[in-house]
Ligand binder design. Structure first.
Ligand SMILES: [Mg+2]
Length: 387
């Protein structure tokens, strides 16, 4: 019997713990504070390697270790890193310091406490390319469309047709975040069923993707929705995602290709607007115009003997200039709608913002009007019935 190879885990855990000049950008001192905690954890052997970075106002911890998914030790390290960074954030008077940390105490796992978590565990291939995606001013469902393109659309991913190792297709694990349920759907045979769900990205979120023939994990997304945890609007649930590339998975170029179309996502200003998802290099990972437009960065790593090698800043490339230009044009177009839908989100999504307070105030001023029929529609956002 051959020696069993150890399973390495990559954990990407992020939180908005405060930002410089509004919701714009992480302060470098908070990155340093978090890095110190991770360096100490590496010294103690809890984690094997790490990289601390940011997208917009979100601090992102990328770690490798051998403790498995949902490890209490690793989550505690991340929690402490965010706590230390929050201390600095408060000292500097950064905006919304500690915003995403919804609890004062760590209780074994950061899920449900505010930070977003994407983790996957696998046996390292001889060459193990992974791409870590980080988005700001949007929500986890923003990755639904690109994930479908990467793992199920042959017009994006030629390998689905050409590569026999991918030809059987993939399994998508989809979360219903409102009901707290999960379902698995297979592509290509259940593609239309899958699309029927994930076309509602505020509710149905692709959580994981597995290769069908051996159930090897290909992708994982953070699925935390802050408003559903806190019951009120806290901030948008800026997501992170890990995708494995090459050798039986889509090529890194196929993975990135899915972001060449700046599709409309929910988020942006006050988490209340639709805007284009603009792929950018880290140096452009700032959100200025109307706190946006929503951005996504992609860092490429190799994982070797449990160590992170890299990163490569994958969207820092002129090949995405036209995508960015299109995103800017869409930004102009959407902004001109001002407070109107579909720029502003629909009533269901606005329930978790401050709009219902405004609408409530107006309710008492309404008087009855003979419509000639009995109205049955619920009023948007205020969750009161028309009587
Ligand atoms: Mg953010």
């Amino acid at each position: 019997m051959g020696e069993e190879k150890p399973r390495v885990t990559i954990s990407v855990i992020k939180a908005d713990i405060g930002s410089l000049a509004g919701h714009h950008k992480v302060h470098p001192d908070t990155i340093l504070a978090a890095s110190r905690v991770l360096a100490e954890a590496k010294k103690r052997g809890v984690i094997k390697s790490f990289y601390v970075t940011h997208i917009g106002d979100d601090l992102v911890l990328i770690m490798t270790h051998y403790k498995g998914v949902d490890s209490q030790e690793v989550h505690e390290v991340a929690w402490n890193a965010f706590q230390e960074a929050t201390k600095v954030s408060k000292e500097l008077g950064l905006y919304a310091a500690g915003q995403d940390l919804l609890s004062d105490a760590f209780s074994g796992n950061v899920r449900g406490l505010g930070p977003g978590v994407a983790e996957m565990e696998f046996v390292e291939r001889p060459s193990e390319p992974v791409v870590v995606f980080m988005a700001d001013k949007t929500e986890p469902g923003a990755f639904n469309m690109p994930l479908y393109r990467i793992f199920a659309d042959p017009f994006n991913t030629a390998g689905l047709v050409i590569d026999p190792r991918m030809h059987d297709g993939f399994i998508f694990e989809v979360l219903d975040v409102m009901e707290g349920q999960v379902v698995e759907l297979k592509t290509p045979e259940e593609s239309y069923d899958l699309l029927a769900l994930i076309g509602t990205p505020s509710r149905y979120i692709i959580k994981r993707v597995y290769r069908k023939n051996d159930r090897e994990i290909g992708a994982v997304v953070s699925s935390e929705r802050l408003s559903l945890i806190a019951g009120r609007y806290v901030g948008k649930d800026d997501p992170v995602m890990i995708v494995r590339g090459q050798s039986g998975f889509p090529a890194v170029g196929e993975i990135l290709e899915a972001f060449s179309f700046p599709h409309l996502v929910a988020g942006w200003m006050r988490g209340s607007h639709h805007g284009p998802l603009m792929p950018v290099g880290l140096r452009d990972s700032r959100v200025t115009r109307f706190d946006g437009p929503p951005r996504v960065a992609a860092l490429g790593f190799q994982v070797k003997n449990g160590e992170l090698i890299g990163p490569a800043d994958l969207f820092d490339d002129v090949a995405f200039d036209e995508t960015r230009r299109m995103a800017q044009l869409i930004t102009d177009y959407m902004r001109r709608h001002g407070p109107f839908m579909p720029h502003r989100l629909g009533p269901e999504e606005m329930e978790y913002t401050t709009l219902p307070e405004v609408l409530k105030k107006l309710r008492s001023r309404f008087t009855s009007y003979e419509m000639g029929y009995k109205p049955v529609v619920k009023t948007g956002g205020s969750s009161e019935e028309v009587d």
